[in-house]
Design a protein around this ligand. Structure first.
Ligand code: NDP
Length: 262
């Protein structure tokens, strides 16, 4: 029988993970079956246990269960500990292991665009789960400075104090969205304003050369403003593919090239 994998979430219908992992498996010559798994909002832990009890090999975890997955794991990678969230699960010697591949997915996406991260000055808009997941990998990829700007500044300050111990080599800074100014190599939009269609205003006194929007699908006001300024820009589809490629590597030990799947 094929090895069994799945992505678990609520809702789950929109997920593109099965399609991606089947493409990767074909390219790597691996026989696997990857399904979508809907868990009840109060039934995540039971669904995970049931999946592995039936011989399942690996699970990806999506909204809203990444923090619960983190709590369930007996063994965590450093990047999962820094993120406080897990999107990739597997069992080894009867223990549940957890990793977070979102941040490395973003790093791969930025590198595939040819955007250098070495010594980069980076501004991240938003201080939610996605931002939490990408700071350690961005630092490991060479970022020199990361400023986190959030509508609720206290949330950005909390995030900085939680993550600073993992990234002692660089200084993180938290500011309010109303204090956007200065010069950056790269601005990353990790707010969910894009999903709700709300506008995010980038003042002229904020200067940057590259703009990455984590959301994908409909063009956000963030991307429209980047385009109008004539800077390099991208939406978040490459990050989605990147996190899947990294999860595939964690499970199968096969490293695929992101560009082959965009
Ligand atoms: P969270 O819900 O954890 O955080 C949302 C963030 O957006 C908060 O910082 C919130 O600020 C801010 N925000 C929401 N609405 C507004 C607004 N109108 N104006 C300004 N700020 C706002 O979401 P996630 O961190 O999980 O996800 C963020 C984005 O990243 C989403 O678009 C998601 O789809 C995308 N994403 C993409 C991935 C990919 O693979 N491409 C992977 C993961 C996420 P406040 O604290 O003040 O409420």
């Amino acid at each position: 029988m094929s090895q069994q994998f799945a992505v678990i979430g609520h809702p789950i219908e929109h997920s593109r993970s099965p399609e991606l992992h089947h493409q990767f498996a074909k390219a790597a010559g691996i026989d696997l079956n990857y399904q979508k798994r809907l868990a009840a909002l109060d039934g995540f832990a039971a669904s995970v246990q049931d999946f592995f009890a039936q011989g399942g090999r690996g699970l990806n975890v999506t909204v809203p269960f990444k923090e619960q997955a983190f709590e369930m794991c007996e063994i965590l990678t450093e990047r999962a500990r820094a993120a406080g969230a897990v999107n990739t699960l597997w069992q080894q010697n009867g223990q549940l292991h957890g990793d977070n591949t979102d941040g490395q997915g973003l790093v791969m996406a930025l590198e595939s665009l040819g955007w250098t991260l070495t010594k980069a000055r980076i501004l991240i808009l938003g201080a939610g789960g996605a931002t939490r997941g990408v700071i350690l990998p961005l630092t490991q990829a060479g970022a020199a400075q990361i400023v986190i700007a959030n509508r609720t500044v206290a949330r950005a300050q909390q995030l900085v104090s939680d993550i600073q111990p993992f990234v002692s080599s660089i200084a993180l800074q938290a500011i309010g969205l109303d204090a956007l100014a200065g010069e950056y190599d790269l601005v990353i939009n990790a707010t969910s304003a894009s999903l709700s269609g709300e506008a995010l205003s980038l003042p002229a006194k904020l200067q940057f050369g590259q703009a990455y929007e984590m959301a994908y699908g409909k063009e956000s006001s963030f991307l429209q403003q980047a385009k109008a300024r004539g800077v390099a820009y991208s939406d978040g589809f490459s990050m989605l593919v990147g996190q899947a490629i990294e999860a595939f590597y964690v499970w199968h030990g096969v490293r695929l090239n992101l560009r082959d799947f965009l």
